[in-house]
Design a protein around this ligand. Structure first.
Ligand SMILES: Nc1ncnc2c1ncn2[C@@H]1O[C@H](COP(=O)(O)OP(=O)(O)OP(=O)(O)O)[C@@H](O)[C@H]1O
Length: 253
């Protein structure tokens, strides 16, 4: 049996006394793609943010190949460099080139943190970053500013940056929500291909159940901060997926 790359157990989180996550568990194996589905406000983003320490959970654990991500130790800081995050709002430096942005993915693993001056990036790193851009089909756009690229291309740059980080786990929070259907399909294809070929464990929050079903190995459904189903994509029924988005009927007084 393959060891899980990402293990999450019992994450809980409340904001101002309101529980938004009550016992979130997740296992993702190397090369596996898991889609997290759920209506607005069901706790999906909070779950991913807790895993990387962007939000401090009230309880629960998360680890990469057994290395704790959340215990506040230096080892946890190091372990977090093994996790990359891709967001809907693309977190790239728009005035820098695609290549510089991809190089920046490696900052956490360079012996000395280098400044943002592009000339400071070592030649080997620039070559590696170029290879990463090539992997997402953007080698020919390497020297263009990110601002000049389309949304789908920018998301592929973000994926190349995660590759250059040599991330073993990729958390993607609505990576294709801002894209048109064809660009969304393309980014999902690139992301799942990277997962398989580079053995990266991917957990992606998605708002498009059909896209999730087509690309993900497993689906996890969240409703009101609780997991209501988790299983292989082919085993999750349409009714289960629809139940995530059903509005609770209120009986008029
Ligand atoms: N920093 C915060 N302070 C207070 N409440 C928060 C905070 N972050 C999230 N919440 C609340 O927690 C709940 C879950 O939010 P979360 O963003 O995790 O949901 P989501 O499933 O990702 O939603 P969406 O699909 O709309 O992005 C929401 O009700 C949200 O308002």
């Amino acid at each position: 049996m393959t060891a899980n790359a990402l293990t999450v157990r019992g994450l809980r989180k409340s904001f101002g006394g309101r529980t938004v996550l009550s016992g979130f568990d997740l296992d993702v194996a190397p090369g596996e793609v898991v889609a997290v589905l759920g209506a607005n406000g069901s706790g999906k983003s909070t779950a991913l943010k807790c895993v990387v320490g962007l939000v401090r959970p009230d309880a629960g654990r998360a680890g990469v190949f057994g290395a704790d991500l959340l215990d506040g130790s230096r080892a946890a800081d190091r372990a977090r460099t093994r996790v990359a995050m891709v967001f809907q709002q693309i977190h790239l430096v728009r005035r820098r080139t695609a290549l510089d942005n991809v190089c920046a993915g490696a900052l956490g693993r360079l012996p000395l943190r280098r400044s943002w001056a592009p000339a400071a990036f070592p030649r080997e790193l620039r070559e590696e970053a170029m290879a990463c851009l090539d992997r997402v089909g953007l080698a020919d756009r390497a020297h263009e500013r990110v601002a000049a690229l389309s949304g789908g291309q920018q998301q592929r740059v973000a994926l190349a940056r995660a590759l250059c980080q040599r991330a073993e786990v990729l958390l993607a929070d609505e990576p294709v929500s801002a894209l048109d259907p064809s660009a969304a399909e393309n980014v999902m294809t690139v992301m799942t291909d990277l997962a398989r070929t580079e053995s990266i464990a991917v957990a992606a929050v998605l708002h498009q159940p059909e896209l999730a079903r087509r690309h993900a190995d497993r689906l996890v459904g969240l409703r009101g901060g609780r997991i209501v189903f988790a299983g292989p994509s082919a085993d999750v029924s349409q009714e289960q997926v629809s139940s995530l988005y059903a509005v609770d009927e209120e009986v008029p007084a």
